[in-house]
Design a protein around this ligand. Structure first.
Ligand code: FUL
Length: 472
């Protein structure tokens, strides 16, 4: 072959090669496989349950008599069934809140359900819920408060061992545990002392017991707090965080930093949005009429999952030990809103042609619904056969390759190429959902204006959701 022919061949080959950027190297830090799986869960439950449910408190003092805990019809299968029907992917239960009361018969405490009259001291909620989650195909997670207002050893080095032993007990008897939740709160114990938590020991313990569990605290190691309890991630949201010199609790980075992460953060520690369906974390009858509506929950979904985070929605069982009717009605409504409004990707329809502008080639990767197929591109154009009413655009990065996009722009144009709307954004991450007042667009262009490395996009989608769900 002559030199000229070789060049022609190479040039042809480069055009024919799939634009899927298989050769692109991941940009560290990247998420671990359990972290990718965690991101993909999107929405799951928190369940606050314990003596506070019966005393109407939010923070028990730790001196509540064990018999106060007495659900009349407890049924963890009803919780799991409701969570499943509501489209949640897992449940994290408060095995021990700040009052120290254990929802399992721990050997390392005398303030547990074993000491209560409930089921003659033979009940075990962690056992029942972990089994119910398995039955309904839900992931099971555990919240364990280091702060303990009951334990006599709290405030002494021996308490760190107690905490470690409790974790060992939980992993041994109720695993697999997909997420473990360390609350950073650190107040006074029964003797008026505060505890010096041995975080390195706690971390080492879980890593050894269950390396695939994702562990939450203000600073990870696998999942971080989003910096507020209202379920809202930053419009700029990096999955990266600098943690050197920081600890969970009072030693954590500022809430602003937790909310938006660090663009050049050293570790992949994404934000989780925790928020309650009610004003309080625990069930209080007087809040039955203050349960968040399906529309409010949908809006929270946009501000958490739609900003590259996950939604940890607290649904507290009532005094019967059941998910209350008020909550389940709202949760089913929330599911319906998600399903009906995100049913049809208008960019995937046969009437839309998606082109990577760099190679001017029609591509289907971006609308195949797969996070692991992606395109290397600076800009993409979607040409619609006839004008389509759009008020929502969804973008996704293949996060397994690292988070890259710093700034993007979307232009929606009419049949004459005139700009109808321009949307500017910063990060994309796992999923970015942008809503706006509807326009009838003929052409949509997404331009990646700045990125940390070669920009990669895995999915783009457009919807025309119910206008009333859009905040102005
Ligand atoms: C906080 C706790 O003090 C609240 O009671 C609740 O458990 C919330 C999720 O975390 O730190």
């Amino acid at each position: 072959m002559s030199m000229r022919k070789i060049w022609t061949f190479l040039l042809m080959a480069s055009f024919l090669m799939p634009a899927v950027a298989q050769q692109v190297q991941p940009l560290p830090p990247v998420p671990s496989a359990p972290q990718v799986a965690w991101h993909n869960m999107e929405y799951y439950w928190f369940t606050h349950f314990g003596p506070n449910t019966f005393t109407d408190k939010e923070w028990g003092h730790g001196d509540e008599p064990e018999d106060i805990f007495n659900p009349t019809q407890l049924d963890c299968r009803q919780w799991a069934r409701t969570a499943k029907a509501a489209g949640a992917k897992g449940i994290i239960i408060t095995a021990k809140h700040h009052d120290g009361f254990c929802l399992w018969p721990s050997k390392y405490s005398t303030h547990t359900i074993r000491e209560s009259k409930w089921r003659n001291g033979k009940g075990d909620i962690l056992k029942e819920l972990s089994q119910a989650c398995k039955e309904y195909g839900l992931k099971f997670g555990v919240y364990l408060s280091p702060w303990d207002r009951n334990h006599p050893k709290y405030g002494t080095p021996a308490y760190n061992e107690v905490f470690v032993n409790m974790m060992k007990e939980i992993f041994a008897n109720y695993g697999p545990i997909w997420e473990f939740w360390w609350d950073g709160a650190n107040g006074e114990g029964p003797n008026g002392k505060k505890q010096e938590y041995d975080w390195p020991l706690f971390r080492k313990t879980i890593k050894k017991l269950s390396p695939n569990t994702v562990v939450f605290s203000d600073v990870g190691p696998q999942v971080r707090w989003v910096g507020n309890e209202s379920g809202v991630a930053g419009t700029t949201n990096w999955n990266l965080l600098n943690i050197s010199g920081f600890t969970a609790g009072a030693g954590a980075p500022s809430t602003d930093t937790l909310n938006s992460g660090n663009m050049y953060g050293e570790k992949w520690i994404p934000a989780e949005c925790d928020v309650s369906i009610r004003p309080g974390w625990f069930y209080h009858k007087e809040e039955d009429d203050k349960v968040k509506s399906p529309e409010t929950l949908f809006n929270l979904y946009l501000k958490s999952v739609g900003r590259g985070s996950t939604l940890l929605l607290n649904v507290p069982p009532d005094r019967r030990g059941l998910i209350n009717e008020h909550d389940s009605a709202s949760l089913i409504g929330f599911r319906k809103l998600r399903e009906t409004n995100f049913k049809t990707n208008l960019f995937a329809s046969p009437s839309a042609v998606v082109k990577n502008n760099a190679v001017s080639k029609r591509i289907t990767t971006l609308t195949d619904g797969k996070q692991n197929t992606f395109e290397q591109l600076k800009s993409v154009t979607v040409q619609l056969k006839s004008p389509v009413t759009i008020n929502t655009i969804v973008l996704q990065e293949p996060i397994q390759m690292g988070q890259r996009v710093i700034k993007f722009k979307i232009e929606l144009q009419d049949a004459n190429g005139a700009t109808l709307k321009e949307i500017n954004g910063t990060t994309i991450g796992r999923k970015r959902i942008l809503t706006f007042m509807p326009v009838a667009a003929k052409k949509v262009e997404v331009i990646i204006e700045d990125s940390k490395a070669v920009p990669l996009i895995s999915e783009i989608a457009a919807y025309n959701i119910n206008d009333q769900l859009i905040e102005q």
